[in-house]
Design a protein around this ligand. Sequence first.
Ligand code: XMP
Length: 326
Amino acid sequence: DWTNASVIDEQIELIQQRAGSKKVICALSGGVDSSVAAALVHKAIGDQLTCVFVDHGLLRENEREQVENDYVNSIGVRLVTIDAREQFLSELAGVTDPETKRKIIGREFIRTFEKAAADLVLEAKGEGEEIGFLVQGTLYPDVVESGGGSGTANIKSHHNVGGLPDDITFELIEPLRALFKDEVRAIGRELGVPDAIVSRQPFPGPGLGIRIIGEVTEDRLSILRRADAIAREELTKAGLDSEIWQCPVVLLADVRSVGVQGDGRTYGHPVVLRPVSSEDAMTADWTRVPYDVLSVISNRITNEVDDINRVVLDVTSKPPGTIEWE
Ligand code: XMP
């Protein structure tokens, strides 16, 4: 498509002019925006770009592999993965309040990324290079919402990293600032970003952390991860991905109900299916998923996932219900 191609060419030239010979970093989330922004910058300046991916342990099944293998193989970008799973779990221990979870996850994410960025700055310095820019996947609607501001990002140095100035300032490179989501997806396809990433449905930054009602633990995360993967697999197989905006699967971790399986009585947890249809997430309706698809999902989850003995369907629109349960 010539318009996509010309947007790409134009951005490449701008990025090359701005970056010059300086190095650039980007926080990759596995979502559409940061993946496409990084792919564009990589196309412009190649290995001057390093991406940082924080594994906070709240990701869905295969998400890390999608970034580390599929994305890296198709784009060729230099990637540093930070395994912060234990750190996030220990900070979340005992926490049940949704907003407190969000605050902790956001704080730890910034802390982890800043530490990784500071390490990269030091590494570059050792090679006589300078990191001058931070890539952000800001879209046009984000620009409008935030009043149009742009500029710099401040990374604080950490006490355990020596030899850095007190604050490192990066200029921002935001190559998607003029674009809407569908245009970003088209450009991502043109650049060869894997379809599983480009076509991804919305997934919240705090990840599965806000889909466990109750405390977040490793066991609960692995139960929910499996149930979520089964639901997504079956909805995709049934051809419902374009009808469904997103379908949170929610683990009611502090609720137990009696069930029967084989010759035994069980006392397990319910999961909630929350399929919604929406234009912009501001309002939503519950999706009328065909009964036979629901039936397959329910059978598979209760058979294949330990500790889940009940699957329930959320039939609340937004308002009054939000899309997520927390
Ligand atoms: P709600 O639950 O408010 O969700 O109806 C609306 C949309 O926002 C997503 N969402 C979040 N995204 N951080 C995010 O990045 C969050 O804390 C968060 N909470 C909700 C949700 O998945 C839906 O698409």
